[in-house]
Design a protein around this ligand. Structure first.
Ligand code: ADP
Ligand code: DP6
Ligand code: CO
Length: 368
């Protein structure tokens, strides 16, 4: 039993938004370090709508590391959590809280244990990048607690070892994950292409088709794709490098037509690569017949609308799950899109989509 002077607890809470890739990461060249087969680009979402909130605590009374996700205890023994913890502990600094009379020297972090409680305000493991927000928040909050004195780029490389897509959630706005060349992964980091103020007329609408956990996790899905899909090799070597350049240009010039065309094409190629996997992976129709139809109906609604207008008004993208992310050119288009969605998927009917989340791009926020 610890004596009175040992009964302190030091806490940090942080909030990290999720990000949705418009040029997708799918496939690793190194499973352990999480090094991808291609660059990717994403938009970081508004944390008021889709985010992870994580509280981390350290106390001499804790006798082992523990973690709770959405109120349920989960194991920290997995390689990814351990990689992040090892990287963070080795960079931890001295911490002092004079008011509470707490003094932790950097050597102490090797002996002290931590507790982590994390909560996602959106469906976990349902294709809305919970691993991105979750692992980015894990690294960000622990780095604060442990006074890790590293820049965002280094933190992104640590978060990458928790979940690839997490490295992009350490920045707001438009973010690129550079695949890098080094075998040790030192240059496989996220960089901000443009901050959240750039192109702020875009509106993001997420249609939550299903909050059910997907059957194939992103990690195992992409492993099977790397092992079996020839289309992935073509995608990674020939298609994505060109798309990345075009997407960077579209973002720089706020060229919505090009942005939407690239986003939709890349989402569709990602799902084609999943279908080219053996056995095939069907992220878009993992769930019920109703939801399967919804996926195709949303794509067809947006494609028809864009063609009728002569120039794209809305982009759609689906991650590894059935939930739709739509990006509207501006607020007026977003209003029309919501109207059309409500018309095609009327509430309290068979076609009802459980909910819509409307938000903007965003920045990292420290919950204090
Ligand atoms: P998603 O499409 O939601 O990212 P993944 O299959 O990539 O789905 O990852 C889901 C896994 O990510 C969860 O099973 C869990 O292990 C991890 N995860 C999700 N949220 C958190 C969180 N807040 N903290 C830690 N890990 C999380
Ligand atoms: C379809 O980052 O979830 O969302 O690195 O194995 O944790 P791991 O996979 P994860 O994969 C994300 C795949 C994607 C596309 C993307 O976010 O770029
Ligand atoms: Co994920």
């Amino acid at each position: 039993m610890a004596d009175e002077s040992q009964k302190w607890v030091l806490l940090v809470t942080a909030r990290t938004p999720t990000n949705i890739a418009v040029i997708k990461y799918w496939g690793k060249r190194d499973e352990k370090l999480i090094l991808p087969v291609n660059d990717s680009i994403s938009v970081t979402l508004d944390p008021d709508h889709l985010c992870t909130t994580t509280t981390v605590a350290v106390s001499p009374t804790f006798d082992h590391d523990r973690m709770w996700l959405n109120g349920k205890e989960i194991s920290l023994s997995g390689g990814r959590f351990q990689s992040c913890l090892r990287e963070l502990r080795s960079r931890a600094g001295d911490v002092e809280d004079k008011e509470k009379g707490i003094k932790i020297s950097k050597e102490d972090w090797g002996k002290l244990h931590i507790h982590i409680a994390s909560y996602n305000n959106f469906p976990t493991a349902a294709g809305l990048a919970s691993s991105a927000a979750g692992l980015a928040c894990f690294v960000f909050s622990l780095a604060k607690l442990m006074n890790v004195n590293e820049d965002q780029s280094k933190l992104s490389a640590i978060a990458r070892q928790g979940s690839g897509s997490a490295c992009r959630s350490l920045y707001g706005g438009f973010v690129k994950w550079i695949m890098g060349k080094e075998e040790n992964g030192s240059d496989s980091v996220a960089v901000q292409l443009a901050d959240e103020k750039h192109w702020d007329e875009l509106v993001i609408i997420v249609a939550v088709v299903s909050s059910r956990q997907k059957e194939t996790s992103s990690t195992s899905g992409m492993r099977e794709t790397v092992e079996t899909s020839l289309l992935l090799q073509h995608r990674a070597k020939e298609v994505v490098p060109k798309r990345i350049l075009k997407m960077e240009e579209a973002i720089r010039n706020r060229d919505f037509a090009s942005f939407a065309q690239l986003t939709c094409a890349d989402s569709n190629q990602f799902h084609a690569v999943c279908l080219d996997t053996s056995p095939p992976i069907f992220y878009m129709n993992d769930t019920s017949h109703r939801q399967k139809i919804t996926y195709f109906r949303i794509i067809s609604l947006v494609e028809k609308w864009n063609r009728a207008e002569g120039t794209p008004q809305v982009a759609y993208t689906f991650d590894a799950g059935p939930n739709a992310v739509m990006i509207a050119h501006n607020r007026k288009v977003a209003g029309l899109l919501l109207q059309r969605l409500l018309y095609h998927f009327p509430p309290n009917t068979d076609a009802d989509l459980s909910s819509y989340i409307v938000g903007d791009k965003s920045i990292l926020q420290d919950a204090g």
